[in-house]
Design a protein around this ligand. Structure first.
Ligand code: V47
Length: 361
């Protein structure tokens, strides 16, 4: 492999990886630009195995997308709808409680909740949702509301972000999912999600959550109009916050699904782009313990290969996801524990069931 690394012009980066030296923005751009995929994967895998050995994590989780009615209507999103539009929906607290009840016999440890910015739902709805889930399943960890939703909740409650977070934790919030980050670049946001919370504010909410002791995830939506430099800036902005707080649990590159969106004319990113984003994020985000290959978006086959390109986590059973499926994902709605363990073992890794905070279950 050293010969391949040399031929790829990646020897200096290889030396840095071996000596655990932080990579620069220029290194990041060079890694994204390489066409030598095996050399890139080899470098990322060195870091992956240094941090996580041969383990590949998964979580037994259930997804709830409580409403798709949204005031942002981002161009890349097929999930968000206006009220009254065909397909628009809003779950009642009882609907949500009954979804939790339906799965009570399954050993779920995490409930993952993301929704649109619904202008009609009151602040109390979100607190009631958390409490209702905790009443049904007191032991479950609730990972809910992206930084974008947290900003919306602070706005409708008329409170500060820290006070809003305090209320949510008191009602049962355990941690915050990584969505809404998209690409932080103002140029990209202006084009694809002009109404969404600016990137700087997303980062500030993550910081405030971490300071309040709430862990969160981070994502990047790639494969649309963003440049390589904008991807690298995004990753380095996350690395900076992680240096300050250490509060991010994992990073998840999200592969753009164009179907049924206002950007449906764009081709979806291919498998090479998917693997590059896993590998480069593993190499640049030296202070993140985990990189997740989100199988719902990558498909189980690419997710499985990603376990040798830097990823050490494959998300989980994911009962009931809607956001990716409305944008044309042809993956299943869920995987069983047996299926997940099988694809991990086939990749030569050891499956480890984890809870949300990466403690082995
Ligand atoms: O912010 C929306 C993305 C995110 C599309 O924290 C799309 O473990 C691709 O938060 N193509 C929400 N992506 C989902 C989310 C999430 C998902 C998986 C794991 C975690 C975690 C969090 O989904 C949005 C947006 O970036 N998204 N539409 C689309 N067409």
């Amino acid at each position: 492999m050293e010969r391949a690394i040399q031929e790829a012009g990646l020897s200096e980066i290889y030396e840095k990886v071996l000596s655990n030296t932080r990579l620069s923005a220029e290194d990041g751009e060079q890694l994204y630009s390489t066409t030598h995929l095996p050399a890139l994967g080899y470098l990322a895998n060195l870091v992956r195995e240094r941090l996580n050995g041969n383990r590949a994590y998964y979580v037994y989780n259930q997804h709830i997308n409580y409403s798709n009615i949204c005031i942002n209507l981002c161009k890349f999103c097929a999930f968000g709808k206006r009220r009254g539009e065909p397909g628009a929906y809003e779950m009642s607290i009882e609907d949500i409680a009954s979804r939790i009840r339906e799965k009570k016999d399954e050993p779920i440890t995490e409930v993952h909740i993301v929704g649109g910015l619904n202008p009609d739902l009151p602040y109390q709805y979100y607190l009631d949702m958390l409490r209702a889930i905790k009443t049904e399943r007191p032991e479950v960890h609730i990972q809910a509301f992206t930084c974008v939703e947290i900003a919306h909740l602070a706005r409708i409650s008329g409170q500060s972000i820290p006070k809003t977070l305090e209320d949510l934790v008191e009602a049962g919030l355990g941690s915050i999912p990584g969505g809404g980050a998209e690409v932080f670049s103002p140029r990209v946001r202006k084009e694809i999600c002009p109404k969404k919370l600016p990137g700087k504010e997303w980062l500030e909410i993550a910081r405030l959550a971490h300071r309040a002791g709430i862990r969160s995830n981070a994502t990047m939506l790639y494969g649309h109009i963003e440049t390589i430099a904008e991807r690298v800036d995004h990753l380095l902005a996350l690395r900076q916050v992680q240096d300050e707080t250490g509060g991010f649990l994992c990073f998840i590159p999200l592969s753009f699904h164009p179907d049924n969106t206002k950007m449906a004319h764009l081709p979806p990113p291919g498998g090479v782009e998917d693997l590059k984003n896993i590998a480069v994020s593993r190499l640049l985000l030296d202070n993140f313990s985990h990189i997740k290959a989100y199988w719902i978006m990558l498909g189980p086959k690419v997710a499985q290969i990603a376990l040798s390109f830097g990823a050490d986590d494959i998300d989980g059973t994911i009962l009931g996801e809607k956001i990716t499926h409305m944008a044309g994902a042809d993956t299943a709605q869920a995987m069983t524990r047996k299926e997940i363990e099988h694809i991990i073992q086939q990749a030569g890794r050891i499956p480890v069931e984890r809870d949300t905070l990466y403690n082995p279950v």
